[in-house]
Design a protein around this ligand. Structure first.
Ligand code: MLT
Length: 264
């Protein structure tokens, strides 16, 4: 599926209690505001690009959501990392939920941001199939870019923070078609994780942008209802990319949570 050499990753401060899982169709750089905050707090972190995203090589076969999680496990366990705190946003949350289902003992903490524990419904599966066909037909990321910018940021951010929006747009253009198509199929095929959340005993932070149109505050509340130990924080002034649209609030909440886990 991949060789470790085909995957691009960054290690902050040399160890990795905090592992960042990026959203679709972005890359590990979306976590830079959080990485800077963790560097300042002296907390080690790790972030990587999924196959075919950012600077990683495209996948050579279809992938299940569990394969993205196993990739992180392989990269880190081969470097002596025994446990992690997983932080996943949207598709990154789906990858983190795969770890909850299959390797809960690897998690000392979990942050689920702008994501959901349910599987795709038939309408969403169909939308992904149509998007995939359009990308394959046109050979371009354009259909993806337009639709995603509208859900990533509130309209006011799209007009006032053109630089940030342009950066995210450029990240979307960097991905390979194989990477994007493979991830669309993996998202459409992922299972429901609600039962695994009910069995998960580790304190969990759930974050969601107050105006997230696709993984909504109601999706976040549903995860909180499943989890035995969780805290919900609604990020004000933010749509889907809450870590970028209101980094200040997101970082404050993340650091507060990390301190309780790491000092507890
Ligand atoms: C993401 O932001 O990772 C995706 O939009 C999630 C999804 O399409 O379900």
């Amino acid at each position: 599926m991949y060789s470790q050499e085909s995957i691009r990753w960054d290690f902050g401060l040399g160890g990795s209690p905090v592992v960042f899982f990026h959203a679709f169709p972005l890359n590990r750089r979306m976590w830079e505001p959080q990485e800077r905050a963790l560097d300042k707090a002296g907390i080690p972190w790790f972030a990587f690009d999924y196959p075919g995203f950012g600077e990683s090589q495209p996948p050579s076969r279809p992938l299940h959501m569990d394969d993205y999680a196993e990739l992180a496990f392989d990269l880190l366990s081969s470097r002596g990392v025994r446990w992690i705190i997983a932080v996943g946003l949207s598709m990154g949350g789906y990858v983190a939920l795969s770890i909850v289902r299959r390797r809960p003992e690897w998690l000392r903490g979990l942050v689920l941001a702008d994501t959901r524990a349910t599987a795709d419904d038939s309408v969403t599966v169909q939308k992904r199939r149509m998007l995939k066909e359009e990308i394959l037909h046109t050979g371009s990321m354009e259909p993806l870019i337009e639709s995603h910018l509208n859900i990533f940021f509130r309209e006011s951010t799209r007009t006032t923070n053109r630089d940030r929006v342009r950066t995210v747009e450029n990240w979307m253009k960097m991905n390979s078609i194989e990477g994007v198509i493979t991830a669309l199929d993996a998202m459409a095929g992922r299972p429901d994780s609600r039962q695994a959340l009910q069995d998960f005993k580790v304190p969990t932070l759930v974050l969601v942008g107050e105006a997230d149109p696709i993984t909504t505050p109601e999706d976040a509340r549903e995860m909180v209802r499943c989890l035995p130990h969780s805290v919900l924080d609604i990020v004000p002034g933010s749509a889907h990319l809450s870590n970028l649209e209101n980094s200040e609030h997101f970082n404050r909440s993340l650091l507060r949570y990390l301190r309780t886990i790491l000092n507890g």
